[in-house]
Write a protein that binds this ligand. Structure first.
Ligand code: KG4
Ligand code: ZN
Length: 360
């Protein structure tokens, strides 16, 4: 039996988890900073790192207490060292290094994107009477979060080929920006998903990106198309639309302006356009590379329209983590860290943060 303490502070969640054998979550404590950043409509980096400083020690203590383990039972400490916000990553990495040194434990640096993928190795079933079957290789994984949109082929543990990714905004970022435009709140993904309930996903025809690689994504044209649609609808209502609309960030509607628009239809059409692109490219990659499984990962994998489309349209077995392991959390770091640990991979106490760390 191998037990890891895992730490995640790459963005705006302070999280610590205790994970057994890379699959059994003994505890997973997540302290979200969403309320803190809501007033800025996005993550404010300096506030994020300061909040991690305040939260990290109680969060780790709580994770150990809930798991009912002491230092003697911890075999190694896993920590995300990139990609992410430098000041946020520093807090988790420094705490992990200090604990590794003082408790004399091996340290395992984990890539945040790899951790999202390994959320699919966590056994989240309520009924564990039958053994858990981990994902089979070769597999294709779509990682869709606020910072990343990557389509990856995985042929073995730690063996990745990046098939493609976004050429501009990440999928979650597009959700966040469109939600801000429509005055739906932060974070944008869940807000758009709620707003889209009852909306007609075919109400508005929105463009799909062209002239990009077969497994690449682009969401900036779609985002601009939503802005143009909003302006056209407002003009049709006899509103005077000023030229704030040149840049999306400056074009946010007021609550009254938003309420006057068919928001459910706009949100549903936007969501459908994102989902359609993600599915199309994933299906092509699965076929081209003979994948035997398809995994979804990252915050946007929480989206129910995406989950439903994946279940309907993808012919190989599909997995996605439960929502609590889709958005940032340390349990997924415990899973990824375990497979690094048993492969003999260790980090030194000179482990540094790498804000733009790539998966491959
Ligand atoms: O993985 P994550 O928690 O953090 C990053 O590593 O980025 O992902 C956060 C992103 C945000 O952009 C958020 O709007 C999006 O995931 N998200 C969703 C949903 N829940 C979270 N997007 C669409 N639908 C959702 N239900
Ligand atoms: Zn993430």
């Amino acid at each position: 039996m191998t037990i890891l303490l895992a730490i995640e502070t790459s963005c705006d969640e302070t999280s610590a988890a205790v994970v057994q054998d890379g699959c059994l979550v003994l505890s997973n404590v997540v302290q979200s900073q969403i309320e803190l950043h809501r007033q800025y409509g996005g993550v404010f980096p300096e506030m994020a790192s300061r909040q991690h400083m305040v939260a990290i020690t109680p969060v780790i203590r709580e994770a150990m207490e809930r798991a009912g383990v002491g230092w003697g039972e911890i075999d190694a400490i896993a920590v995300v060292h990139g990609p992410g916000l430098a000041g946020s990553l520093l807090v988790g990495v420094n705490v992990a290094k200090t604990l590794a040194l003082t408790q004399n434990k091996p340290l395992v640096g984990v890539n945040h994107i790899e951790a999202h993928i390994y959320a699919n190795w966590l056994d989240a079933r309520e009924d564990r009477r039958t053994p858990f079957t981990p994902p089979a290789f070769p597999l294709v994984c779509l990682i869709v979060s606020g910072g990343h949109t990557e389509l990856v082929l995985m042929t073995e543990h730690h063996t990745y080929t990046r098939l493609g990714g976004t050429v501009d905004d990440a999928a979650g970022e597009a959700f966040d920006k469109v939600a801000r435009l429509l005055n739906l709140g932060y974070p944008g993904g869940p807000a758009i998903e709620r707003a889209a309930v009852g909306g007609d996903p075919k109400a508005f025809e929105l463009p799909r990106a062209q002239h990009i690689g077969p497994y690449d994504f682009s969401f900036s044209g779609l985002k601009t198309a939503v802005l143009r649609l909003v302006q056209d609808l407002r003009r049709a209502q006899g509103q005077v639309v000023d030229e704030r609309g040149i840049r999306l960030a400056e074009a946010s509607l007021s609550a009254e302006e938003s309420a006057a628009l068919p928001i459910a239809d706009i949100a549903a059409s936007f969501q459908a356009a994102v989902v359609e692109t993600l599915i199309e490219k994933s299906v092509a990659a699965i076929e081209a590379y003979g994948a035997v499984e398809f995994l979804l990962a990252g915050g946007v994998a929480a989206n129910k329209a995406l989950r439903q489309a994946v279940s309907e349209r993808i012919r190989v077995p599909v997995r996605y983590p439960p929502i609590r392991y889709c958005t940032d959390n340390a349990a997924m770091v415990g899973a990824a860290g375990y497979y690094r640990y048993i492969a003999g991979l260790r980090s030194g106490l000179d482990l540094d943060v790498v804000p733009s760390l790539a998966l491959v």
